[in-house]
Design a protein around this ligand. Sequence first.
Ligand SMILES: *Cc1c(COP(=O)(O)O)cnc(C)c1O
Length: 401
Amino acid sequence: MKKRFVYADNAATTKVSQKALNAALPYFTELYGNPSSIYSLGMNCAKAVLKAREQVADAIGAKANEIYFTSGGSESDNWAIRGCAKLGEKKGKKHIITTAFEHHAVLHTCRYLESLGFEITYLPISNKGIVTARQVEEAIREDTCLVTIMTANNEIGTIQPVAEIGEVCHKHGVLFHTDAVQAVGNIEIDVNKMNIDLLSLSGHKIHAPKGIGALYIRTGIALPNLIYGGAQERNRRAGTENVPSIVALGVAITDAVKDITAKNEKVRKLRDKLIDGILKIPETRLNGDREQRLAGNVNVSIRGIEGESLLLTLDLEGVAASSGSACTSGSLDPSHVLLALGLPHEIAHGSLRLTINEENTEEDIDYILQVLPPIVKRLRSMSPLWERICKTENIHDYTLD
Ligand SMILES: *Cc1c(COP(=O)(O)O)cnc(C)c1O
């Protein structure tokens, strides 16, 4: 098979769609007005921002005036969690519930709040990567001000029972925030049906540019302002709007939520072929529940090899993949998500995440399945760890035959 380039890291970022790019381009050039200006050049930009706000709202079942544009998922997570913490503090409620496998934008914000005297409960996840509404209910206390649990995990793709979790939160009068950065466009989201009070989303995971995102804040929640200054974003996040990116986000999210079922059916087929193919390699395991997972997510542990060397070798073959999340690469710590699943360090280290989408083809999958086994074989043949595993556990390593 001829060498090709296969992008299988869509959970890290996606390519900007041609449609989103085309929609954005005029706002760099002829439509360069400031949306706050009163002459037509500015007004036209304000109209474009409003249209995008409506598009984002429609995509998640919200109202346009509940959508606040931000610089992305991390900012939305920070604003939501720190804001709700402040609201809670005013009422003497300084307890927050989250999970052990959130994105670092959530976990590190919680750590920061701990330094301010907040108490955080990090719920454990099951060995399949799921947390239950019952766990949440049991953890809620008199002084709980916020529950923040992601809709879908970025590393293992597991989908959480968000509607039930939201229901439990509302029953107890606790605010519910969800990081839906990986979920938007991959599963249907309706903030009302799912009892969500605040929701974070990001443009670059759904074919819009990097550096744009949004926070949904349910009407009536007096979340403190994020940036003081001008009157943009209903006075809550000052600064001249990133008009081209906002326009692109509106277009991209509209496309992303269209025909989710049909899109997923196609992607799931490719993913299942990929999973089945990889699991034929001995001493591999799928991480995260097989059914309750995003259509395009594959996360496997391959014993006896080290994730980083695997990624570098795959790159030489033209395959862009990841091990853990993009944010943990460059660090030698194993992924906190895989450790939360209960995997030992040795196995968490040798993990491979392939995240495909509707742009991937059957040829891409066949190519990965062709190049991966010989790479694993070669890396294992050089691995003292693999040799030790084979000896101590009496594994007959046919890859070395
Ligand atoms: C990518 C990602 C983020 C961060 O979004 P940015 O726009 O890159 O700041 C947050 N949460 C999850 C689950 C993500 O996958």
